[in-house]
Structure formats: C-alpha cells, structure tokens
Design a protein around this ligand. Sequence first.
Ligand code: AMP
Length: 143
Amino acid sequence: MTIKAYEDDNIFAKIIAGDLPCHKIYEDDKTLAFMDIMPQAKGHVLVIPKQKAVELSQLEPEYASAVLMTAKKVMAAQRKVFQREGIIQMQLNGAEAGQTVFHYHVHLIPSNFHELGQHATTQADMAELAEQAKQLKEAIEAA
Ligand code: AMP
C-alpha cells in the first residue's frame, strides 16, 4: 500500500507558512488551530502539526502529543463558547477514507454525530467564522 507523498504546496502548509490566511484560534511551536472554512457544524476547528505528515502513520510522537494537547484546549473552549457537550474528534487517513487535504489534521466538531453536515461542502460566512475564532481564542487565553 503506497501512501501519497507529502506535497510542500498543500493548503495547510501554505497556512503554516503564512502564505494563505486562516481564522486562527491558537498557535504554539508545534501546532496551529483554525476554523474549518466548510464547517460540518457551527464551531468546526482543525488542529494541525507543524510537521510534514500526510497522515497518522507519518506523525512523529512529539507532534502527535502536541496536536492532542492543543485539541484539548480547543475542545474546552468549544464547550464554553458553544455550550455543546458533544465534540466529535475526527481524522481521515487516505483519499479512500475521504481525506481531501494531505497534511495531517484533526477535526473538532461541536455536534451530534447524527446531525453532522456534509464533509467539505459549503463555505461558511467569513464574518461568522471570524467572530467564532475571536470567541474561541479568548476562551483559550482565559483558561
Ligand atoms: P479532510 O477531508 O479530512 O482532509 O479535511 C479537510 C478539511 O479542510 C475540510 O473539512 C475542509 O472544509 C477544510 N479546508 C479546506 N481548505 C481550507 C482552508 N483554506 N481553510 C480552512 N479549512 C479548509
């Protein structure tokens, strides 16, 4: 089984490099968290490592751990801001699984599994995403 090679010009690599904008909510030396622009529910966030990894099998332990630590911060903020108990943690490995961006990322989606919207389909209102990002960023900073 061959895994897709990492491409340096993928969308998330460009976001890490600052060459593409994002609605950032948190950043540290190993991770970045930002709003998904085609959310499957209100408050859908992506957490990515600053490591060149297409999928889980390529993720180095220190980055795997850093992504999960950031995911915990994001999840606590989502609960506070959106008042949802249910936070879906999702991560797709390989095109067959539905992966569309080939830089490892964890989805954190405040939702009920049975109410989840379609994957990567409808672009959100940018002003709404900016407001949600602001609220989540403030909640993380206040924690
Ligand atoms: P996946 O299909 O698991 O690889 O998920 C990729 C996710 O990235 C989808 O949920 C898309 O909506 C999201 N996405 C694609 N382009 C961008 C972008 N420029 N900024 C934020 N999210 C994006």
